[in-house]
Design a protein around this ligand. Structure first.
Ligand code: FES
Length: 274
């Protein structure tokens, strides 16, 4: 049975708050969400690390995996961006370095510094705090103003780099309106998969808090900036669902990669509607 001493009975104590003898008085399953987050994040990290090092099965004309786009090395299959052909390859101990290791820096940096993900993994991994009204094990809080968490402030820069990546992945989705021989005017399940992935990534990026600030931040009079006000209004509506877009797009990007991999290995056929 928890012992609670009311503020009234603790008068005279420098700590005027109720002193609770247990970690929390919550009786619901408050630990469930942090646990689910741990499972989702560890699964995604394991899958993306495996795929980044696999360095194969990421291209099946006309589909390219989002983990390997744009093409950065001349050994890349497909993914040549706007006619630009990459030059050279980087190797380590005679082995080709996977381009995904460089490409993934942007989306992972963007997600790692995202305000929604911060909340999720601070709760899930650092228990800081694990849930509302549940005490955290840490004795002091130093915030995000010092090393290493001060790097979370890089989020706005990852946001702009992420927009660039969204443009590239949208371009990849447009290229998927071709058939395996390169003829335009076709649509396959892969086309829909790449389109859905690009759409989810745009929704995730445009609902970002940094995007909202870029649209309407630092303004004194909305009435003098009608276009920014309108943009801010739209982004604010998206922002309400930012957490949902964050999680759905995470699954979206992994499943898109998995689909392209399965087609590339020959495990499944990319069915064409026309
Ligand atoms: S706050 Fe989540 S992506 Fe910017």
């Amino acid at each position: 049975m928890a012992t609670v001493t009311s503020p009234a009975s603790s008068q005279g104590s420098p700590d005027r708050r109720a002193q609770i003898g247990v970690r929390t008085l919550r009786t619901d399953k408050w630990w469930l969400m942090p646990l689910v987050m741990v499972i989702i994040f560890l699964s995604f990290i394991a899958y993306s690390t495996w795929r980044a090092f696999e360095n194969a099965y990421y291209f099946a004309e006309p589909l390219i995996s989002p983990f390997y786009s744009p093409c950065l090395m001349s050994t890349c299959e497909g993914g040549v961006l706007f006619g630009w052909t990459p030059i050279g390859n980087w190797t380590l101990f005679g082995m080709a370095i996977s381009p995904a290791l460089f490409i993934l820096i942007v989306p992972l940096g963007f997600r790692f510094t995202c305000y929604y993900y911060r909340k999720a993994y601070y709760r899930a991994f650092w228990q800081s705090p694990p849930a509302c009204a549940v005490a955290e094990p840490h004795k002091k809080y130093t915030g995000e103003t010092r090393f290493p968490l001060i790097f979370q402030n890089a989020h706005r820069y990852f946001f702009y780099l992420g927009l660039l990546l969204n443009v590239i992945l949208t371009y990849d989705a447009v290229l998927a309106f071709r058939n395996a021989e390169g003829a335009w005017g076709h649509m396959s399940i892969g086309t829909l998969v790449l389109l859905a992935n690009a759409t989810l990534l745009w929704l995730y990026s445009l609902s970002c808090h940094s995007c909202r600030h870029a649209m309407g931040g630092r303004l004194k009079h909305f009435s003098k900036h009608p276009v920014r006000y309108k943009s801010w209004t739209i982004v604010s509506k998206l922002n309400v669902n930012h957490g949902k877009f964050a999680m759905i797009s995470l699954f979206g990007v992994a499943l898109t990669d998995l689909y392209v991999r399965q087609v590339a290995t020959g495990a499944i056929t990319n069915f064409y509607f026309f």
